[in-house]
Design a protein around this ligand. Structure first.
Ligand SMILES: C[S@@+](CC[C@H](N)C(=O)[O-])C[C@H]1O[C@@H](n2cnc3c(N)ncnc32)[C@H](O)[C@@H]1O
Length: 238
C-alpha cells in the first residue's frame, strides 16, 4: 500500500471508536473508554518516560517536543505538562480532528496532519525531545525508516528521542512482509485494518548509526503476541 492508501485507512479507523483504535483494550471496544481514564494512561506513560530520561539524559531542556503518530493526543497532552511547546503529527485527518477536540492546552499543543514520508514541516535541529509510541509498529518498514532518519534530522544536538518498534519473532521473520500484506488484503478486503510491522534490531541500529544518532539504551520486552517482541530505543544526536 502507498502512503495515500494508508492515510485513507487510518482516516477511516479514526472516524469510528478512535480511543479504542489507539488503545485496543477489548473491554473498551464500542466507545467504552472514558476520556479521562484514557488520557490518564498518557500521563502515566509520559511520567515513566521522563523518569527514564532523567537518568539517561539529565537536564534535558524542555522547550520543544514532538509526538510522532499522536492519534487523538493521548501523549501530546501529557507532554504539554512538561514542555513549553508540543507538536503532534499524524497521518490521519480524523485522528487530528479528535486531537483538536480534546486539546485542553491549545496555547502549547499544535496538531498537524502529515501525509508525507518526511517531517519537512519542521526545520533541522528543532526538538529537545521526540517521542513515538505504538505508531512505528503500524508503519511499513520502507516508510518507517525514513521517519527515523527524519527524527535524527529534526532533533536538536544533545536532545533525546525515544521510539518503540516491534521485532519479529523467529517464526514471523520467516514470513515476507509482502506475503503478510497479501494475507491482510485477503482477510480485510476494502475494510480498514490495523496493520502490524516489525524491523530487526540490527537494521534499526545500522539506520541510527548511518543517520548520525547514538543509542543511549534499548529496552527489550515481550508482547502478548508470540509473533512479536517489543523494543524501545533511546537515542541522542551528538
Ligand atoms: C495506535 S495509534 C497510537 C497513537 C498515539 N501514539 C498514542 O499512543 O496514543 C497509531 C497512530 O499512528 C498513526 N499513523 C499511522 N501511520 C502513520 C504515518 N505514516 N505517519 C504518522 N502517523 C501515522 C495513526 O493514524 C494512529 O493515530
Amino acid at each position: 500500500m502507498d502512503l495515500n492508501a494508508w492515510q485513507k485507512n487510518w482516516n477511516e479507523l479514526g472516524k469510528d471508536d478512535p480511543l479504542w483504535v489507539v488503545l485496543t483494550n477489548p473491554a473498551k471496544k464500542g466507545g467504552r473508554w472514558q476520556p479521562e481514564e484514557f488520557f490518564q494512561t498518557g500521563i502515566e506513560e509520559i511520567n515513566g518516560l521522563l523518569a527514564k530520561l532523567a537518568s539517561l539524559k539529565p537536564a534535558l531542556p524542555r522547550s520543544r517536543a514532538l509526538d510522532f503518530g499522536c492519534g487523538v493526543g493521548r501523549l501530546t497532552q501529557a507532554l504539554a505538562g512538561y514542555f513549553t511547546e508540543v507538536h503532534g503529527v499524524d497521518i490521519s485527518p480524523s485522528m487530528i480532528g479528535h486531537a483538536n477536540r480534546f486539546n485542553r492546552q491549545p496555547e502549547k499543543c499544535t496538531y498537524h496532519v502529515n501525509p508525507e514520508n518526511n517531517l519537512a514541516l519542521f526545520p533541522a535541529n528543532h526538538f529537545d525531545l521526540i517521542y513515538s509510541s505504538i505508531t512505528l509498529q503500524h508503519i511499513e518498514p520502507r516508510f518507517a525508516k525514513n521517519y527515523i532518519r527524519e527524527f535524527v534530522r529534526v532533533l536538536k544536538p544533545g536532545g533525546a528521542a525515544a521510539f518503540q518498534f516491534l521485532q519479529p519473532s523467529f517464526i514471523r521473520s520467516l514470513v515476507p512482509d509482502a506475503a503478510a500484506m497479501a494475507w491482510r488484503k485477503f482477510k480485510f478486503g476494502n475494510k480498514p485494518f490495523i496493520g502490524m510491522f516489525g524491523m530487526k534490531d540490527r537494521e534499526i541500529s545500522r539506520l541510527l548509526h548511518e543517520s548520525g544518532a547514538s543509542t543511549l539504551t534499548a529496552i527489550h520486552s515481550d508482547t502478548e503476541h508470540a509473533r512479536w517482541t517489543n523494543r524501545q530505543y533511546f537515542i541522542t544526536k551528538p
